[in-house]
Design a protein around this ligand. Structure first.
Ligand code: HEM
Length: 343
């Protein structure tokens, strides 16, 4: 459906609680040219500044080191790693977007992270307000408050710092590249490169990237604690390929198949975005005999695929070998869709 009929099912509904907050801005809840232009720009710019590239590994390993230091400081006491992982994940995104990260005990930054976390529980796909619109009135006020603090406080401050002085010959991060586009395309009719969109898009990176990645890492800790034998397999592979005297690099990845499949299995069973993001139907269509009217709200059930008995045989079992076709060769499994599929 999302692949074969991508043009039909890739719309975003415009009548949900949070679309009143985003007001047609950003990527996650927009349609048409606005969505296409900014999605393409975001993907290529994030890639230029490291997503999936070697430089990104430095940022990630630096933050990993901070997490490890924090874990070591606990001296074996029981503790909740949620906050320290969340700060590190968000710092990696901050580095790409703002060119800098924040201290792990920065009270203002911690407060913004806490606000985002609390918003994530209000706007999920099955949030009550989507089905009982009267509730939108109350949730909307709460969302606006958080949104104002994050967009107009945290993000706007960073953007202003980037604007003075702004050197278009030294583009340091996502915000700089966006500001350059803003200056160049100012006169365009229906320009999507404008200040309000920049605040919204950066907010969406934090919102969409922090909670998902942090939760995946927390699942990884839990699954590896529950399966010490798997932990040993991963540790042995890392020790053999990377050793303990240096940090891993992007080039090591291809030599770490057992670690790779462990991550795939954590993503499958962790299932952190079980119902993806809301989609809508561009025009009336019939699927399996059911009429789906134009603009109908469609919830892609990723969880039903990631946990399908038919597709995986034993979906409830943590078994990373399901992603291997012999001892070390990675198998491409189409049903592995933690990031959804289609457009
Ligand atoms: C484990 C990590 C992540 C998971 C599981 C995840 C999952 C998803 C899923 C399921 C969607 C909906 C796709 C669709 O139906 O169209 C999505 C969209 C999106 N994600 Fe992620 N994501 C992750 C990390 C990130 C990160 C790190 C960022 C940015 C820094 C990000 C930015 C976005 C954006 C901007 C969209 C909207 C795309 C669109 O509307 O076309 N995500 N993500």
């Amino acid at each position: 459906m999302l692949v074969q009929n991508a043009d039909l099912f890739s719309e975003r509904p415009q009548n949900l609680g949070y679309t009143k907050v985003t007001k047609g801005l950003g990527i996650i809840s927009t349609n048409g040219v606005k969505w296409k232009e900014q999605r393409r720009f975001a993907l290529s710019t994030l890639r230029d500044f490291g997503m999936g590239r070697v430089q990104m590994f430095d940022r990630i390993t630096n933050e990993c080191q901070k997490c490890l230091n924090n874990f070591t400081e606990q001296n074996g006491r029981a503790f909740d790693p949620d906050q320290v992982i969340g700060v590190s994940v968000c710092n990696v995104i901050c580095n790409v977007v703002f060119g800098k990260g924040y201290a792990h005990d920065d009270p203002e930054f911690l407060n913004y992270l806490q606000m985002m976390h609390s918003d994530a529980t209000k706007v999920g796909n099955t949030a009550f307000m989507h089905f009982f619109p009267i509730l939108q009135f109350f949730v909307h006020r709460a969302l606006m408050k958080t949104d104002d603090a994050i967009r107009r406080g945290f993000i706007a401050t960073q953007v202003q710092e980037h604007q003075q002085p702004f050197d278009e010959h030294n583009l340091r991060d996502f915000v700089d590249v966006f500001l350059k586009q803003m200056a160049e395309r100012e006169s365009e009719e229906k320009a999507t490169f404008h200040y309000e969109n920049l605040l919204q898009i950066v907010g969406e990176f934090f919102f969409a990237g922090t909670e998902t990645t942090t939760t995946t890492l927390r699942w990884a800790i839990l699954f590896l604690a529950l399966h010490p034998e798997q932990q040993t397999v991963v540790q042995e592979e890392i020790d053999r390929v990377v050793g303990r005297d240096r940090k891993p690099t992007a080039n090591d990845r291809k030599s770490l198949p057992l670690t790779e499949v462990t991550i795939l299995e954590v993503q499958r069973l962790g299932d952190v975005v079980p119902l993806s993001v809301p989609h809508a139907v561009a025009e009336e269509t019939v699927i399996n005999g059911y009429r789906i009217p134009t603009n109908a709200f469609v919830i892609p059930n990723l969880s039903s695929v990631l946990n399908s008995k038919e597709l995986w045989g034993d979906p409830e079992v943590f078994r990373s070998a399901r992603f291997l076709d012999n001892e070390t060769k990675l198998l491409k499994v189409d049903a592995h869709i933690p990031f959804s599929l289609g457009k």
